[in-house]
Design a protein around this ligand. Structure first.
Ligand code: GLN
Length: 198
């Protein structure tokens, strides 16, 4: 079974561990460089990206994370995790850093305060049936570069057309929270990606 880490500095770690376990992966919490080094893939959960990046620095994980992604470690970021993987952040805190690697520009809290949280059925590239996507103070992808593949866009309302799921080689990211609830098909896509990379 692939060993899939969940970055466990902050955010909704437990839900990701449970989703990965359901899919037959061996999930582990990652807080130290040695734990990261033992992973075949890494999930970066939702939470608060400014706090997560600060903690990554304090735990001496930021550089190891950057190196791991640069060296091709499969990684999947959800919400704040998408922000962590983005090369560029708009509306970030001043000088907000990221792990980077994914050639996208994200806009934090993009859907506005009046629509703090919402759910929508989304068609996701590679999945036959739509996914019930849960957005919580979510970012969207403002623009993509190079070989980034768009997996899903918002379909209804004023944000229709906005990109909310992407893949670039071994990297995946969603604006929404596929770990919420019992439909783990998106985690399944990531586990397949990790398996094919081992
Ligand atoms: N708004 C958060 C951030 O900017 C992300 C929210 C989430 O992960 N649910 O980091």
């Amino acid at each position: 079974n692939p060993v899939i880490g969940v970055l466990a500095l902050q955010g909704d770690v437990r839900e990701h561990l449970a989703a990965l376990r359901d899919l037959g992966a061996d999930p582990v919490s990652v807080r130290r460089p040695a734990e990261l080094a033992a992973c075949d893939g890494l999930v970066i959960p939702g939470g608060e990206s400014t706090t997560m990046v600060k903690l990554a620095r304090i735990f001496d994980l930021l550089e190891p994370l950057r190196e791991a992604v640069r060296d091709g470690l499969p990684a999947f970021g959800t919400c704040a995790g998408m922000i962590m993987l983005a090369d560029r952040i708009e509306d970030g805190a001043a000088g907000q850093e990221s792990i980077g690697g994914l050639h996208i520009t994200v806009r934090r809290n993009a859907f506005g305060r009046q629509v703090d949280s919402f759910e929508e059925d989304l068609h996701v590239e590679g999945l036959a049936e739509p996914v019930r996507a849960v957005f919580i103070r979510a970012p969207w992808v403002e623009s993509v570069e190079g070989d980034v593949e768009v997996l899903a866009r918002v379909e209804d309302g004023p944000a229709a057309g906005r990109i909310v799921a992407v893949r670039q080689g071994p990297l995946m990211a969603t604006s929404f929270h596929p770990e919420v609830g019992s439909d783990h098909r998106i985690h399944g896509m990531f586990v397949d990606l990790v398996r094919s990379a081992i």
